[in-house]
Design a protein around this ligand. Structure first.
Ligand code: ZN
Length: 345
């Protein structure tokens, strides 16, 4: 079917109490894997491109890939701009055929973020496109820790990793969490469709380890009544039952991703986890086949691994079975339109 807009997909999800994954693509194999996973589980899906991915692959290439995959898929597929930090990037994506935009002005003073977001919302709404915007600050791990510090932490046992992360970055994250009254004003004055409101997650974290401020998320959703977007989801504690094993001691008001879906999280961005899985499987294949001449022998297994990983997230978000059509039977050739003949040389 043609590309869907995020509005139709997310409002349905909110009304029915599940969330939709927004998965970042970096190349053809990842895009195929994401749509294949959604097709196999009969789930709506959002593929999203960062400005970096657009620079790498080209705007027309990204749009064309998403359109071809959507056209061949029996489930709704949305193409979203992730972290569009400038006005022109949003306009270019609108013109190219994206079906969902994001203006990320969280670095700007609130007044300016409101003014810029309202401007983009005005343009996007005039052609029926929804817009996501960001308030508060979802921090990025690379800005909080050096590469050497991260490598050192990651070499430790998981509970120890959490203890150090809590000590080193916990307070910094707390200072950047969105405030409900600001969120309400922002939504009222911009007319934005979805809000990325920082509630404690960190971009680029790993390992299902980091708790969210569920109390704050609940207040923000109650104040704004629009779907809330999760950024930095790859490292978030998935389920409270994992807390002990991860060494996570929840403080009052904190909870997991599953708790967050119940109180407002509706679009959940996943980038780091899929990229890491792609690289892991590609390097594993390269290790098994030294001197391999055919890139498909390395990229194919990476694509398969991303299908499996994406399916884990779709099940977690409970959007499986919500694709509005009977589940595709079997997995072979489920990338519609015969775009990929699996197993063929
Ligand atoms: Zn983000």
């Amino acid at each position: 079917m043609p590309l869907a807009t995020s509005r139709e997909v997310l409002l349905k999800a909110r009304a029915e109490g599940y969330a939709v994954g927004a998965f970042n693509l970096n190349n053809m194999e990842m895009a195929q894997a994401i749509v294949q996973a959604a097709t196999e589980l009969n789930s709506p899906v959002i593929v999203q491109a960062s400005q970096g991915a657009i620079k790498y692959a080209g705007l027309e290439m990204i749009t064309a890939m998403a359109r071809v995959l959507a056209d061949g898929a029996p489930v709704p597929v949305v193409l979203h701009l992730d972290h569009g930090t400038d006005y022109k990037q949003n306009v270019k994506c609108l013109r190219a055929g994206f079906t969902s935009l994001m203006f990320d002005g969280h670095d700007l003073p609130l007044e300016q973020n409101i003014a810029m977001t309202a401007n983009i919302v005005d343009i996007a709404h005039s052609v029926g496109l929804p817009v996501e915007a960001e308030i508060g600050s979802v921090l990025t791990i690379e800005n909080l820790l050096t590469d050497a510090e991260m490598a050192e932490i990651r070499a430790l046992e998981i509970p120890k990793q959490f203890e150090i992360l809590r000590k080193k970055i916990g307070r910094t994250v707390e200072e950047h969490i969105a405030k409900p009254e600001e969120a309400k004003r922002f939504v009222d004055e911009t007319g934005v469709d979805f809000l990325a409101a920082a509630v404690g997650s960190v971009h680029g974290l790993w390992l299902d380890i980091w708790p969210l401020r569920i109390d704050r998320l609940k207040e923000i959703f109650e104040a704004t009544q629009i779907p809330i977007v999760s950024h930095g989801s790859s490292g978030v504690l998935i389920d409270q039952s994992h807390a002990i094993e991860k060494g996570v001691e929840l403080l009052p008001g904190e909870g997991s991703l599953k708790d967050a879906i119940k109180v407002g999280y509706t679009k959940i961005n996943v980038a780091t986890a899929l990229s890491m899985e792609f690289n892991r499987a590609m390097l594993e294949a390269a290790g098994k086949r030294p001197g391999e001449k055919d890139p498909r022998k390395l990229l194919g297994p990476a694509r398969d691994a991303v299908v499996a990983k994406t399916k884990e997230y779709i099940r977690l978000f409970e959007s499986d079975g919500k694709g509005g059509s009977p589940a595709a039977s079997g997995s072979t050739g489920s990338l519609g339109g015969g775009t990929v003949a699996r197993g063929e040389e």
